[in-house]
Ligand binder design. Structure first.
Ligand SMILES: Cc1cc2nc3c(=O)[nH]c(=O)nc-3n(C[C@H](O)[C@H](O)[C@H](O)COP(=O)(O)OP(=O)(O)OC[C@H]3O[C@@H](n4cnc5c(N)ncnc54)[C@H](O)[C@@H]3O)c2cc1C
Length: 646
């Protein structure tokens, strides 16, 4: 086999304290240097992104007294992709008295991530989950409540307790409004300078430290350079490398990828989450896919006909001729198995010819039992907006006929490598939320992304960034500094190059083809042969892109084709690294399923002796091979075992 990478020195997370896990975060907080309030006013922090991670970080840093410059490409910070989150946010409050605890959330998350996440980070995440709910309630986030007035909970996959707080099917929107209002207050006070419709196109590194960014005003096309004492990336995930995903159309990897090219290592790029409950693709006209929240699996039952090729309407198939396969194969967790397990099971029954709907690429999610047991009104109260969304898109009424669902790309566990302080390998560059790789290992449990984004932004970053900034303010960097000018020129040259190609293929046609390659070979099932083929296909398609792409219009104006072209160019490079990462990891774990590594009954087979590490990749310029740095994972508390949900 061709060697697509080389191996470098191991890497370690030196920021995490050792000792008893319960006190690690307390001890880290105590040892972190503080910045006196009067000095905070002299320190500037750039925050790229206004989703839950960036919004909460910007608001909290500004409240603490730092000067914050905030950027997003949407027309308002409150339109960040986090607004799309439906189902809920986890917290170990144990309001249900059903056996939950910080330790159990920690345990579930380490196990759910298939023992490929750091224990220290996950324990901290579980601990701050308690504070997040209090913070959001104090902001007025209207979480669902029970009759007695307490906050209500529901269950999500991979757990046997109810710990998910929610606001109908629009939890992300309500949480984001909380963070946004906190930001707006600071914008009003002048401590946050908000720059909506601005896209970061490059990181500025001076003397080895992150000191600024190059941004393009998306309305006028003006390029500017913005300086600060530290830079925080909260730029979200890169699932759109697959073209079709549940992510908002604008989600992209550019901010992270530009930082990667400047020296920030990229962690576990191949770990992608395929969500089991999405509305199936309906044709080539589609530009995105729609999620049906995992919360629906609390009450919906997943099934397919027992016999392949059964084309009867669902209502005509009697109970005994249905296969409630998740309940059958995984009796302990039933319909609430984690996403990676549920997705693969759906693929398997469809591969057996038992899928339903057009092309046989679908399974039923049936609410008939729930409606009979709870009544239509109760079901409507919990899931009304999701049912309405489904009906609008498919034309079918899920109160009458089962929903049809199929797995789709949803979340990326990989991202920029960060230490316990959320600092990347470039000093002064911190990464929060979905953009970092930190807490979910090889598979994220449902309702844990919102928890991580808000945990990072409200509680972790303000302490750890302060520790870094305590050494500041750093030397002022002038606009004519050669690194600033070089970064700016790099951006300008790239834009001119894209505009000058003047080819005959649209950006979208390249993106769609890239997405097909990724879904086919680096999607739900991966093989050595397929990944090697994907790398070669990606390389030739990328070459073609740089010769044939057509980007109409100019740089000095609103030009969405130009925006997309830059993002797709970065997706090409990322896609290759994802395939290399997937190729090198010759084991199955979580969302990364290598067909060569499975148990006799088709479950993921890990190889802890060889692969119990984070793969942190170093960028290789000029088409060279990326370098792999391994961060060994130690498990002192939750010992690796074969994950079983049976
Ligand atoms: C449909 C859907 C439903 C979901 N439901 C849930 C759920 O119920 N529970 C849960 O826990 N998780 C859920 N998730 C996952 C969760 O919503 C995301 O992981 C999370 O919201 C990401 O937040 P973030 O702040 O990291 O990034 P985002 O919310 O994606 O924000 C990214 C920000 O970065 C900005 N940005 C990006 N690049 C640039 C650039 N180059 N220059 C300037 N700005 C830039 C964007 O403008 C935006 O403001 C869901 C995901 C999807 C797709």
């Amino acid at each position: 086999m061709i060697e697509y990478w080389s191996e470098g020195d191991p890497i370690a997370d030196t920021a995490a304290p050792d000792g008893p896990i319960e006190t690690r975060w307390e001890r880290r907080k105590f040892s972190a240097k503080l910045v006196n309030p009067a000095n905070r006013r002299k320190l500037t922090v750039i925050v790229v992104g206004t989703g839950l991670a960036g919004g909460s970080a910007a608001a909290t840093l500004a409240e603490a007294g730092y000067r914050v410059k905030s950027y997003c490409y949407q027309d308002s910070p409150r339109r960040a992709h986090s607004i799309a989150a439906q189902g809920g946010i986890n917290a170990a409050k144990n309001y249900r008295n059903d056996g939950d605890s910080v330790y159990r959330l920690f345990y579930d998350t380490v196990k759910g991530g298939d023992f490929r996440a750091r224990e220290s980070n996950v324990y901290r995440l579980a601990s701050v989950s308690l504070n997040i709910i209090d913070q959001c309630v104090a902001q007025g986030v209207p979480f669902a409540r029970e009759y007695g007035g307490l906050l209500d909970n529901r269950s999500f996959g991979g757990t046997q307790v109810s710990r998910t707080f929610y606001a109908r099917g629009q939890t992300g929107q309500q949480l984001l409004l909380g963070a946004y209002q906190a930001m707006e207050r600071q914008i009003g006070l002048g401590t946050i300078e908000m720059n909506a419709r601005h896209e970061m196109l490059e990181l500025i590194v001076v003397d080895g430290k992150a000191r600024g960014i190059v941004v393009r005003d998306l309305v006028t096309g003006e390029i500017t350079t913005e300086m600060a004492d530290a830079v925080v990336l909260a730029s979200g995930g890169y699932g759109n490398v697959f073209f079709l995903s549940t992510n908002a159309k604008g989600c992209n990897v550019t901010a992270s990828w530009r930082a990667h090219r400047k020296g920030a290592l990229f962690g576990n790029p191949c770990y992608t989450q395929i969500h089991p409950t999405c509305i199936p693709e309906s044709g080539t006209h589609q530009s995105k896919l729609t999620l049906m929240s995992e919360s629906l699996r609390n009450d919906g039952r997943v099934w397919v006909p027992r016999v392949a090729g059964d084309s009867r309407k669902p209502g005509d198939i009697p109970e005994e001729e249905r296969d409630y396969y998740l309940e059958r194969i995984y009796p302990s967790f039933g319909n609430l198995v984690p996403r990676d397990i549920a997705s693969r099971a759906a693929k398997n029954v469809c591969d057996e010819g038992r899928g339903v709907g057009p092309g046989g690429l679908g399974v039923y999610l049936d609410f008939a039992d729930a409606i009979q047991r709870l009544g239509r009104q109760a079901v409507e109260e919990k899931y009304g907006n999701l049912f309405e969304m489904y009906q609008r898109i498919t034309g079918e009424d899920p109160y009458q006929v089962p929903m049809r669902i199929y797995p789709a790309v949803h979340y990326t566990m990989g991202g920029l490598w960060v230490d316990y302080d959320l600092q990347s390998t470039i000093p002064g560059l911190f990464v929060v939320g979905e953009a970092n790789f930190s807490d979910h290992g090889a598979n994220r449990l449902g309702a844990s992304a919102l928890m991580q984004g808000l945990g990072d932004g409200y509680f972790v970053l303000p302490t750890t960034l302060g520790n870094y900034l305590a050494a500041g303010p750093f030397e002022t960097i002038e606009q004519d500094h050669e690194e600033v000018q070089r970064a700016r020129k790099g951006v300008e040259d790239r834009i001119s190059r894209l505009l000058q190609i003047d080819g005959d293929r649209t950006v979208d046609s390249f993106h769609r083809e890239l997405g097909h390659i990724m879904w086919e070979y680096c999607g739900m099932e991966r093989t050595e042969e397929g990944l090697a083929k994907a790398i070669s296909l990606i390389r030739s398609l990328r070459e073609e892109f740089w010769q044939r792409v057509k980007v109409p219009g100019a740089g000095e104006q609103l030009n969405q084709n130009l925006e997309k072209a830059g993002r797709v160019a970065d997706f090409f490079e990322l896609a290759e690294l994802m395939c290399i990462d997937a190729l090198h990891r010759r084991e199955s774990c979580g969302g990364h399923f290598r067909a060569e590594s499975q148990t006799p009954d088709g479950e993921a087979l890990r190889h802890d002796d060889e692969f119990s590490y984070v793969a942190a990749w170093e960028y290789a310029p000029d088409g060279g091979k990326p370098t792999l740095h391994k961060e060994r994972l130690e498990f002192e508390y939750v010992h690796p075992s074969t994950r079983s949900y049976k």
